[in-house]
Write a protein that binds this ligand. Structure first.
Ligand code: HEC
Length: 191
């Protein structure tokens, strides 16, 4: 237990300094990682610091790590130029329902075009949350970097991972929130 806290503390020094790559690996941390065997060390030393934290803690971050981790993940979020968080729902529809783009339907129920998966919560009639600034921002940020709200979740970090551009994420936000979007006016497809 003490060892894993020590690893967390050392990793956090790296996270807090905002430096990428191997700079967060102190000699002491390196020694601890090597103690897990060469294969374990090879994997962990190549990971980004935040992914390494998730791995070391089996995706359940202890309380003292959680706050700084979420702050760091928030800082990674970038917004579309001009700041519009709701774009074109038609373009968002294509991204949401295409396997090689957003692939959202594979994990979430709610789309009128695809039977949804159940890895994530159902997003059926997501637009009932309204289109307030807070709802738009939350939805945008969850898609850009879900780790800012659900640390270590399996949902892809679409913006941070470079899978979708900020403007494309805004299009998906519109698909989920726009009252005139098919996502909110048509019934979700079911088995
Ligand atoms: C690999 C599976 C997976 C994919 C792909 C995925 N998600 Fe998620 N999503 C999740 C999981 C799991 C959660 C719940 C977070 C948790 O508890 O880990 C979630 C949470 C969310 C939430 C928050 C739900 C709420 O009720 O507040 C939104 C919004 C969301 N996802 C939208 C999307 C969109 C839009 C896409 C596609 C661009 C997408 N997701 C792709 C798994 C996925």
């Amino acid at each position: 237990m003490r060892r894993s806290y020590l690893i967390s503390a050392l990793l956090l020094v790296g996270l807090a300094s905002g430096q990428p790559g191997a700079t967060y690996i102190t000699p002491e941390l390196q020694r601890l990682i090597q103690a897990g065997g060469q294969n374990y060390a090879n994997v962990l030393l190549k990971q980004a610091p935040d992914q390494a934290l998730c791995s070391i803690h089996r995706n359940r971050l202890p309380p003292e790590v959680l706050g700084p981790f979420i702050e760091e993940q928030r800082r990674l979020i970038k917004y579309p130029e001009g700041g519009r968080l709701m774009g074109d729902w038609k373009r968002g529809e294509a991204i949401y329902n295409t396997l090689a783009r957003g692939n959202c339907f594979s994990c979430h129920a709610g789309s009128p075009l695809n039977i949804g998966g159940n890895v994530g919560p159902s997003l059926e009639k997501y637009g009932q949350r309204g289109t307030s600034e807070a709802v738009q921002r939350y939805t945008y940020e969850v898609i850009y970097n879900p780790w800012a709200y659900f640390p270590c979740t399996v949902m892809y970090r679409f913006g941070h991972g470079g899978l979708l551009k900020p403007e494309e994420i805004a299009d998906v936000v519109a698909y989920l929130l726009d009252p005139s979007s098919d996502f909110n006016t048509k019934p979700a497809l079911r088995r």
